[in-house]
Design a protein around this ligand. Structure first.
Ligand SMILES: C[S@@+](CC[C@H](N)C(=O)[O-])C[C@H]1O[C@@H](n2cnc3c(N)ncnc32)[C@H](O)[C@@H]1O
Ligand SMILES: [Zn+2]
Ligand SMILES: [Zn+2]
Ligand SMILES: [Zn+2]
Length: 448
């Protein structure tokens, strides 16, 4: 697979980057080296040889000791991270020099500062090219400088590349940046759902409203229904019921279902359907983090289908769900997969309009530990996607007295794929966008 065909002659990758960040006339030197046939570089930004071990390495892996006139690599002297904002970078490598007992920095940073050995007039460095004069043209900042100091935390912040790519390609385009768990506002996610609900109801309608969208029909539901088992006679809470398709499905199998959702138009729609063709369902508008209108221990089963990625106070919601469950009752919930689903993952697919899923090259995942919510543009509507790590969910469940008894990652059978190639072939059998947890309510001890 080839990502990129290099032009005959082109400027150096790093020169181009630095020029974008440099107000003065940074030179675009010709690229003469490549090590991976992907990135082409000039001699300033190619490789050097270490004065100590003789090995050649990437230029930014070296420091220059002006006293000893030695270029030492990071394998011979282990660097620390020095937080500093310069060009598009947020740190430099900081070396302690055994020869002169001083601190030196890598020559990427020292070039910015104006203290690169070539800028200091030292020309006899061993470069990959050797003679003659590989370092032309010369460039130096107007005066010596050192960039802006940063805290360690600031220096370790990195924009999620998946978000950048999504913005470039307008695919569920992230708006703004991640909002951390503690800063997320429940009222904002509720407003977004109120606004989105009409569109959601039409998507559901066009996808055959009582079977759910293709993800539900072909991927989640077969696995979810198997995990639920026989539901006849069970008292079930459908937590975050949406248009209520699952509530109706379970009720038609004999369950006594209560559906809760905080979006008013969904509850109105569910009630309208219940009046049209009664199945004995009760629908209540409420937020999952406050189910105080429901008594303790009244449900055999709580099901929640792709909802937690929308719930701000998920820890409180788990506590409430646990409270309304009877001892040994089950909590079965699906969610966008913490690794492969959600906003931090992205399928590279070229061309993007192809319906053949194998034209997805690969999945990109970035910044897994950056938990929180991000606004996404979904068909012109703003919706929140909240991504958390597996560890955060597992911890919150434990604190709510819910013990994970099984984790299922839905995977369709070859026969299912044959019947639904557009959605399943080389997609749902290649990675999973969803995860389903079965949890058991631990018998409450006196502490709960
Ligand atoms: C992706 S939809 C899934 C709906 C339904 N379970 C289904 O499978 O079609 C997420 C639902 O969660 C609801 N929701 C989000 N946060 C909620 C909260 N804090 N309390 C109650 N409902 C919430 C939304 O209104 C929306 O209906
Ligand atoms: Zn260069
Ligand atoms: Zn070395
Ligand atoms: Zn030194």
């Amino acid at each position: 697979m080839r990502f990129y065909e290099p032009a005959e002659s082109q400027p150096c990758y790093y020169c181009k980057k630095f020029k974008e960040n440099e107000e003065s006339d940074y030179p675009l030197r010709d690229a003469v080296f490549t090590y991976e046939k992907f990135v082409y570089r000039c001699s300033w930004h190619s490789q050097f040889a270490c004065s100590k071990c003789g090995k050649t390495s990437h230029f930014s892996w070296f420091y220059w000791c002006p006293e000893k006139k030695e270029l030492i690599c990071g394998d011979c002297s282990k660097p620390r991270l020095h937080p500093v904002k310069f060009w598009d970078r947020t740190y430099a490598y900081e070396f302690f020099c055994e020869s002169c007992n001083k601190i030196h920095y890598d020559i990427l940073y020292t070039e910015f500062c104006g203290e690169h050995p070539w800028q200091l007039g030292v020309y006899d460095l061993k470069t990959a090219l050797g003679d003659p004069d590989p370092w032309e043209p010369m460039w130096s900042p107007e005066k010596k400088r050192s960039g802006e100091p940063l805290s360690l935390e600031e220096s370790l912040k990195l924009e999620n590349r998946v978000f950048e790519l999504r913005r470039d390609l307008n695919v569920f385009e992230p708006i703004g940046s991640i909002v951390s768990q503690s800063e997320l506002k429940p009222s904002k996610t509720q407003d977004a759902w109120e606004e989105f609900s009409a569109h959601w109801l039409t998507i559901a309608d066009s996808d055959s409203e009582d079977e759910g969208d293709p993800n539900r029909r072909f991927v989640i539901d077969p696995t979810l229904m198997k995990l639920l088992g026989p539901v006849d006679g069970l008292k079930i809470l459908d937590a975050g019921c949406g248009n209520g398709y699952l509530s109706r499905k379970l009720a038609s199998l004999g369950a006594i279902v209560t559906g809760v959702d905080f979006t008013e138009p969904f509850i109105e729609y569910c009630n309208m359907r219940e009046v049209e063709s009664p199945l004995g369902c009760t629908f209540i508008q409420a937020s999952l983090d406050d189910l105080s209108f429901l008594n303790d221990g009244i449900f055999d089963l709580v099901v929640s289908n792709v909802v937690m990625a929308d719930v701000v106070n998920y820890q409180q919601a788990f506590l409430e769900i646990s409270r309304v469950l009877r001892n040994d009752g089950r909590f079965i919930w699906s969610n966008t997969h913490p690794v492969f689903g959600g906003a931090r993952a992205f399928d590279i697919k070229l061309p993007r309009d192809s319906h053949r899923q194998e034209e997805r090259y690969l999945k990109l995942i970035d910044r897994y530990f950056d938990s929180g919510g991000i606004l996404i543009n979904w068909d012109g509507h703003e919706v929140w996607q909240i991504d958390r790590t597996l560890e955060e969910y597992s911890k919150a469940l434990k604190e709510a007295g819910l013990v994970i008894s099984e984790i299922v990652e839905p995977r369709p059978t070859p026969e299912m794929i044959q019947e639904n190639p557009r959605f399943l072939a080389f997609d749902a059998d290649r990675w999973t966008h969803f995860i389903i947890f079965e949890c058991l309510k631990r018998k409450s001890d006196s502490s709960r």
